[in-house]
Design a protein around this ligand. Structure first.
Ligand code: AVJ
Length: 323
């Protein structure tokens, strides 16, 4: 690499994705209350921190959902048509999809994710372990309409949306997502979806305020990204992680709280913070079985089965798009 190229590589890159990030950050911090989208947690460092979260003793969702998918694999297999295309909305770690691929006979796997690099790496790892399976990765924002690969058009479709990612959506957005998924998958399709359940407030609180402080680092990572990618000057020690359960709205809220009055500069703009002022960085909605069922029914889907763990911590639902 010559000197010029080295200097360029170190400068923040303002490609299309950076500018979407930039305008979302500037818009969000101009709002009252200030907010940032949780989708910006997941750069390489944030994805690694999330993987660490899933291993924490307090963070029950991942291990509970994996347990349900493993224990109920045979029941899920009975519902799913043979030779269907499995379409995963937002493909992260392959642990969960591997459980479905082990228990059901799918004809193809279509992982859909905005991060193309990660998607293709995961697809290759999976192809080595499932040599018979046809894999068609689609790089797309799964919250907007996208086209399925022509090769799977004639197959029955089964959507897969694990991890209670649905919980990050506002209720109206969750409904819009379910309608859009029905549109993409088509009439007659099925959907397997993981949804975190409402429960004892203490358990919820601890899951998002772990003793080791990993969730705090995950939350603060969005400020690290703003500093690195948008030339921000956030002082990380001047913001505190806070996660609270909002009972009326059935959601965990993550916030970053300014420890003092301060001004932060990002891309030539100044953002003033009062002492104690919050940036709302994530909502994680929790559902009762009844409220999720009503949401699905109101969004074009008919619930046909649901499973929970013995403690009723997490749920997995099978839905069908009836004509
Ligand atoms: C990936 C959205 C399901 O809401 O529990 C974990 C993200 N945030 N700890 C969740 C998260 C803080 C997670 N989801």
């Amino acid at each position: 690499m010559n000197v010029h190229a080295a200097a360029l590589a170190k400068a923040p890159r303002f490609d299309g994705r950076t500018s979407a990030f930039a305008s979302d950050v500037i818009d969000g911090l101009a709002q009252r209350p200030k907010r940032l989208s949780p989708k910006y947690f997941y750069d390489a460092a944030g994805s690694e921190l999330f993987e660490q979260i899933t291993l924490l003793p307090e963070y029950y969702p991942t291990r509970t959902e994996v347990g349900i998918l493993r224990d109920r694999g045979a029941e899920i297999a009975k519902l799913v048509p043979q030779g269907a295309a499995l379409v995963e909305f937002g493909a992260g770690a392959t642990t969960k999809v591997r459980l479905l691929l082990d228990s059901c006979k799918f004809g193809a796997y279509v992982p859909v994710d905005i991060s193309g690099d990660f998607l293709h790496a995961q697809a290759h790892a999976l192809a080595a372990d499932f040599p018979e399976l046809d894999i068609y990765p689609v790089t797309a924002d799964f919250t907007a309409p996208f086209a399925l690969p022509a090769a799977v058009k004639a197959m029955p479709k089964v959507g897969f949306f694990p991890g209670s990612t649905l919980g990050n959506f506002e209720p109206h957005e969750a409904s819009n997502f379910l309608r859009s998924a029905r549109e993409i998958l088509g009439e007659g399709a099925q959907m397997i979806i993981g949804v975190d359940l409402e429960k004892d407030e203490r358990v919820l609180h601890d899951a998002y305020n772990d003793a080791a402080g990993v969730t705090a680092r995950f939350n603060l990572n969005v400020l690290v990204r703003i500093n690195a990618e948008l030339g921000g000057n956030f002082d990380l020690s001047a913001f505190a992680h806070r996660a609270i359960y909002n009972r009326e709205r059935h959601r965990i809220e993550m916030h970053l709280i300014s420890r003092k009055a301060q001004t932060v500069r990002i891309l030539g703009r100044s953002f003033a913070f009062r002492a104690g002022e919050s940036i709302h960085t994530e909502s994680s909605y929790k559902y009762s079985l009844e409220r999720f069922t009503a949401l699905a029914q109101g969004s074009g889907w008919t619930p046909i089965a649901s499973w929970t763990d013995v403690d009723g911590m997490f749920s997995v639902h099978a839905l069908v798009a009836e004509p």
